[in-house]
Design a protein around this ligand. Structure first.
Ligand code: SF4
Ligand code: SF4
Length: 137
């Protein structure tokens, strides 16, 4: 699965564009997060990797700006389980394991729209990296 970030403007935010793309293409899309109001906003979508180009083109044709968000990469050699990142995560993608080590759930993490844990880490163990779009499933 690939993740794409849709950026809606004040002009197109009231239109049912996401539903139209799903119906037109017949491709299931998972909404990971949505922050939208009458002035516009962002929707983070998970898209089957084999269909991502088609989906991106369909949204762009309808005037939506599409970006590929960066995802987190954690260097477990640097992480010392301090927990400074834990409380900041808005989607509970950072949890404590039974042995009190910090574990990241990369499927839940929203990536570069957020990045709060990156700045909070005293060990600089977390970075945001481009999605590996050559290694698709
Ligand atoms: S980037 Fe944001 S969503 Fe992802 S793990 Fe860090 S705090 Fe959580
Ligand atoms: S803030 Fe950094 S060092 Fe601390 S638990 Fe999170 S990733 Fe590990």
């Amino acid at each position: 699965m690939d993740r794409i970030l849709l950026r809606f403007s004040e002009e197109n935010v009231e239109e049912p564009i996401t539903s139209q793309v799903i119906l037109e293409l017949g491709i299931p899309l998972r909404i990971v997060t949505a922050t939208v109001n009458s002035l516009g906003g962002d929707i983070l979508l998970e898209v089957p990797a084999v269909h991502v180009e088609k989906v991106v083109q369909a949204f762009r044709k309808k005037g939506v700006v599409v970006k590929f968000p960066k995802l987190i990469k954690v260097d477990s050699d640097k992480c010392f389980d301090c927990g400074a990142c834990y409380a900041l995560c808005p989607v509970d993608a950072i949890v404590y394991d039974e042995d009190y080590s910090v574990v990241f759930d990369e499927k839940t993490c929203i990536g570069s729209p957020c990045g709060l844990c990156v700045d909070a880490c005293p060990a600089r163990a977390i970075t945001l990296v481009e999605q590996d779009r050559n290694n698709r499933k």
